[in-house]
Structures are given as structure tokens and as C-alpha cells.
Design a protein around this ligand. Structure first.
Ligand code: PEP
Length: 249
């Protein structure tokens, strides 16, 4: 399974800052992603074009947007379409990040519409799923993942599998400095693989990443866990030095 080493820059970095960070990252990595690993950076909309341009310095590197609206064009003030993302030079889109689900009220159905249109348009999709602390404490982990996966992937067929990745991001571990335990990560990834195998009626082909307070110090042990095919990194991806240590961990 290929490994995806992904950065979510959230609402940080102007286009000039994004370019500088990526050029430094490429230099630190010797202009290529480590063998078997791809680097993926989800940049702010205004930095997509500059990031895609700068990413040419890193072989095996790709750029993605952090969100999109599920329509090709139209009267949707402030939104961005999958065609606009592709035209910027980006090839991926992050869909269903917990900050969008919980701060901006995105539903599973709405997320499913985005996934379908992104794939139809030719974007690669990283779908984020994960439970809140309250849901975990109520023993609802399996049910939450099942609901999020089935509604996000409704109508998505096997052919889309090479263009899809899933990030397991427990909401309580994002930006808190407290990553999930090895046992929690392995349990959730095993559940996700079962759900994906059931949905696509085939054995595992979709990378499942872990996200939530990944740092240079814990990346190696997280990547060594069963069924962990990469990491999605927020805070520790903002500095090229720190992210390059994660990419090579
Ligand atoms: C994220 O934003 O997807 C994330 C995992 O953030 P952090 O690494 O800062 O917890």
C-alpha cells in the first residue's frame, strides 16, 4: 500500500508563505518524496496555484484544496468549485474535515454530494471521518464511522478506489496535543477497513491515514501501527523542518 504523508495547513499561509515553505520542504527532502511515500499538502484556496507551482520542485508531491462546493458553478457566494481547484493545478481535495463538520455544520449527506462530484470531476478525495469525545464515551465509535462512511460513499463504485483515501481523525485529538493511543488507532483503522471492504466488496486498496496531534516525535510509532497508511498533520506541518521529519519518520 502506498503511503500518503499529508499536511493540512488550515487557514494559515499567504501564497508567498506557502511557496517558501514548499521550496524549503523540497530542499530538505532532496527534491523527492521518500520511496513508497507521497507528500500531499492541503493549502488555502488563495495559495493553491503558488503551491502547485512550488510543488514541482518535489517529485512525488501533490497539492490539494481543503474544501469545495458540490456544484460545477453557480450562485454560491464565497464557495469554490471542483473545476476551479483542478484549474489551479491542485489534484486533491479534503472533504469532511471535522472543523467543517462541527464548526460549519456540514452534514454527512452534504459531504457525500461533495465526494461524488469531486470524483466525477477528476479530483482525488481525502475523506475525513472521526468521532467526538462524547460519541467515544458513549461507545458509539463503530456506529459513527459506519454512518460517516456509508453516507459519504453512497453511490461511489469500485472504479473510484484509486482516487480515494480516508483519514481517521478523532475530533478530540485534533489540535489538542493529545494523539489517540495505539490501541484506539488500530481499532478504528480495522473498523474502517471492514467498512471499506464491505462497501466496495473487495479487499483493502484505499489508504487509511491517521490524523490528530501527529508530531515528529510520535510519527514513526504511529506509522508502524497495523493498517496505518499515512498521516494527516495539522499544526506540525506548518514548518517545513517539522513536516519533513514526519515525512521521513
Ligand atoms: C488536522 O487538522 O487534520 C489535524 C490533524 O490537526 P493537528 O495535527 O494539529 O492535530
Amino acid at each position: 500500500m502506498r503511503r500518503l504523508m499529508a499536511a493540512n495547513w488550515k487557514m494559515y499561509k499567504t501564497s508567498a508563505e506557502a511557496k517558501d515553505t514548499l521550496l524549503l520542504l523540497a530542499e530538505l527532502l532532496g527534491n523527492r518524496s521518500p520511496e513508497g511515500r507521497e507528500v500531499l499538502v492541503f493549502a488555502p484556496f488563495t495559495a493553491l496555484e503558488a503551491s502547485a507551482e512550488a510543488m514541482r520542485a518535489l517529485h512525488g508531491g501533490h497539492v490539494g484544496a481543503q474544501n469545495m462546493y458540490p456544484a460545477m458553478e453557480g450562485a454560491f457566494t464565497g464557495e469554490i468549485s471542483p473545476a476551479m481547484i483542478l484549474a489551479s493545478g491542485a489534484s486533491w481535495v479534503l472533504i469532511g474535515h471535522s472543523e467543517r463538520r462541527h464548526l460549519l455544520g456540514e452534514s454527512d449527506e452534504f459531504i457525500g454530494r461533495k465526494v461524488r462530484l469531486a470524483l466525477q470531476t477528476g479530483l482525488n478525495v481525502m475523506l475525513c471521518v472521526g468521532e467526538t469525545l462524547e460519541e467515544r464515551e458513549q461507545g458509539a465509535l463503530a456506529g459513527v464511522l459506519q454512518r460517516q462512511i456509508s453516507l459519504a460513499l453512497e453511490g461511489i463504485e469500485k472504479e473510484a478506489m484509486p482516487h480515494l483515501a480516508v483519514a481517521y481523525e478523532p475530533v478530540w485529538a485534533i489540535g489538542t496535543g493529545k494523539s489517540a493511543s495505539s490501541a484506539d488507532i488500530e481499532e478504528a483503522h480495522a473498523l474502517l477497513n471492514q467498512l471499506l471492504e464491505k462497501h466496495f466488496e473487495t479487499t483493502r486498496e484505499i489508504p487509511v491515514l491517521y490524523g490528530g496531534s501527529v508530531k515528529p516525535e510520535n510519527a514513526h510509532s504511529i506509522l508502524a501501527l497495523d493498517n496505518v497508511d499515512g498521516v494527516l498533520v495539522g499544526g506540525a506541518s506548518l514548518q517545513a523542518e517539522s513536516f519533513s521529519r514526519i515525512v521521513t519518520a
